[in-house]
Ligand binder design. Sequence first.
Ligand SMILES: Nc1ncnc2c1ncn2[C@@H]1O[C@H](COP(=O)(O)OP(=O)(O)OP(=O)(O)O)[C@@H](O)[C@H]1O
Ligand SMILES: [Mg+2]
Length: 271
Amino acid sequence: MSFQHHMVLKGIDLTINQGEIFGLIGPSGVGKTTLINILTGQLLPTSGEVFVFGRDTKQLGDTEYSQMGMVFDVPGLFERLSCEQNLSIFADIYGIDKKRISHVLETVNLAASAKTKVSRLSKGMRQRLIIARAILHSPKLLFLDEPTSGLDPLNTSDIHKLILSLKESGTTIFLTTHKMDEAMSLCDRVALLSEGVLIENDAPDEICRKYNLENSLHILLKNGERVILPNTADSKETISEYMKNEQIVSIHSSEPNLEDVFLSVMKGGKK
Ligand SMILES: Nc1ncnc2c1ncn2[C@@H]1O[C@H](COP(=O)(O)OP(=O)(O)OP(=O)(O)O)[C@@H](O)[C@H]1O
Ligand SMILES: [Mg+2]
């Protein structure tokens, strides 16, 4: 994908499986939102083909859009209207049964604020309302562009629960995030986008294992000594000796977390 002569996405080859939570991570400006725009047919790729629900995104129509939900960083809520009224307008436009509104407000834990004007909502409540709007028509496929950006841990955790319950009920979710712990805890599969190219595309645990080149155990002993042993059978006697003598305070494997992997990829080269 290029804008003017600037190539943003290069040779992206990606399949999203039904029912999974797929996470796209990568630095700011790398092309995550652009990829969502392409997948949702809002941008046509300069070259290549994209299919959603088996249909070329050049030809997406009402049938496909009625099964897709989107949450973007540009919220577009009516500030002077209540939560309920905002959803009601959306229901009118898309011909959705108004009975869904109270159910969805309940789902996103905003039932008590149904009559509250958007201008009075906190950031977390707003984000839940934006998600409510995106799921009002029970989409099978939901795109979430940085769904918890700028939210505190409690609101973030509420939205994570919501995302997992949507997955539970069969929704396929494609999300972008800058939060590695979010990608780690929510996603079945994560792809890392760097300079327009997909570097990794796997289960988060698998990615971390792959980058664990050191494969050692870091042990802290009660006498303050720090010992590093290879994570192999060769270490079994030493460790068993430490355990017998109750000398161990903590043992950690050298396996990097997603954040370490992300940083090492961005700096170039594996850990
Ligand atoms: N409509 C457009 N016209 C021209 N350039 C664009 C357009 N949309 C995006 N770009 C450029 O494409 C690149 C990727 O932008 P994009 O918004 O996809 O990044 P992102 O990974 O979502 O970043 P962030 O994490 O900050 O949201 C940027 O260099 C941006 O300036
Ligand atoms: Mg973006």
